[in-house]
Design a protein around this ligand. Sequence first.
Ligand SMILES: [Zn+2]
Length: 158
Amino acid sequence: MEDNTRSDFGAIDVSNALRIDRPSLGHDVSVAIFRLLRLVVLEDLFGPAAAGQAYLAGFKLGTQLGVQSLEQFLELCSQLKIGIVKVDAHDTHMKVDIRECVTCAGMVPVGRPVCSFEGGLIAGMVSSILHVQARAREVTCIGGLGDETCGFEVTVIP
Ligand SMILES: [Zn+2]
């Protein structure tokens, strides 16, 4: 059997995954491949549990990206082209609105919010920034419910 524990192998982690060597094709891919994986394949594999799995995946990732401030959070959302993100934060209340959402903008509404990955990502990053356990609930959704934005209410779990 092949020895996969050699120290000269890389790990499957954020930094290795983001080492991209595609001189002809570059860093960008079609939104289609993300949506097919995120929506079609995950729903096929996990059914109704897909939303929870996607949220957990987003949350875990959100805590691993090293985001330390709201400015870095917005910069990363912009770099990754998650959408056009606006944050409204005051006191204990935080609302995040995404226009042109990578997951759902343009879809015929399916009758329920579908951007649980983004919700988890937001909650994970906010948890990282504030050193708390945050939760994000999607209250409006473009491709899920026909809204203008995918809107997330962020709350801190006491
Ligand atoms: Zn949405």
